[in-house]
Write a protein that binds this ligand. Structure first.
Ligand code: 5GP
Length: 239
């Protein structure tokens, strides 16, 4: 299926966004991988198609499970077609096991300890400040979202966690943590947006990462693309 060309309105480290109509966008996943806030950047042939297909697969599954998402369709390559939203500049992180920035701020908990209940965190989306952890009250003071919206974000994030954890565990995989982004549509409804892939989730198979942690830990682009291909074949997605 081919998607219409649009006007480039945003280019980030891993994606380009094109406007194709007043309420629809195309997200194009680049063959690039970055880590350490962009300090390490490499060309990664084949990665864009893998992260686009993973995002399409997870978003489609969540939509069919009753979550409101921005996903419309996938072009079978590096692009997905999505609804345009007013984005909330907050990264929502859900954690099932202690890892990454959690360990750095709370070294008293051993890596990969399972939490008694999933943790939901809010981080300001700001590369210069390294996406700092913020409070719901900070979000309200900055008028980024209302308390009602924050409560809904939290409850949708936990529901997404249940659905994805179950889906992955059915394939023998462990969902350690992941990042979500939300937006608001023209009717004022909260919608799950952005990406869901090895770039935004930590997924373990027998203790081995099938996610971007491989590259963050110093692994090669080849290892990363192979791990993403393994994830796709486990999930039954095209490579
Ligand atoms: P941490 O806060 O431990 O670095 O990350 C927690 C989870 O959220 C990980 O699965 C990580 O991949 C994801 N995550 C956190 N921040 C970002 C970000 O800025 N970009 C992307 N793509 N994923 C992120």
């Amino acid at each position: 299926m081919s998607l219409r060309e649009g006007r480039l309105i945003y280019e980030g480290k891993a994606k380009r966004v094109y406007l194709i109509s007043n309420d629809e966008l195309i997200m194009e996943f680049k063959d690039e991988v970055t880590a350490l806030d962009g300090a390490r950047k490499e060309h990664a042939p084949g990665k864009g198609k893998l992260t686009a297909s993973q995002t399409a697969f997870f978003m489609d599954y969540l939509t069919k499970s009753g979550i409101r998402t921005h996903f419309i369709n996938w072009d079978g390559d590096r692009r997905i077609h999505v609804r345009r939203l007013r984005m909330i500049p907050v990264e929502v992180i859900v954690r099932n096991y202690a890892y990454g920035s959690f360990i750095r701020r709370m070294p008293l908990v051993k890596p990969l300890t399972r939490f008694t209940a999933p943790l939901v965190e809010f981080h300001l989306k700001n590369d210069e400040l390294h996406d700092p952890l913020i409070l719901p009250e900070d979000i309200i003071e900055a008028e980024l979202a209302s308390m009602e919206q924050i409560m809904e974000v939290k409850s949708v994030a936990l529901k997404v966690n249940q659905l994805l954890s179950k889906l992955l565990s059915n394939h023998g995989l462990i969902l350690v943590d992941f990042k979500l982004e939300f937006g608001v549509n023209g009717n004022g409804a909260l919608v799950l947006a952005d990406e869901l892939s090895g770039d935004t989730m930590r997924i373990l198979m027998n203790g081995k990462h099938l996610d971007k942690e491989l590259f963050r830990m110093g692994g090669s682009v080849k290892e990363l693309v192979e791990a993403y291909s393994t994830l796709n074949s486990i999930l039954g997605l095209s490579l």
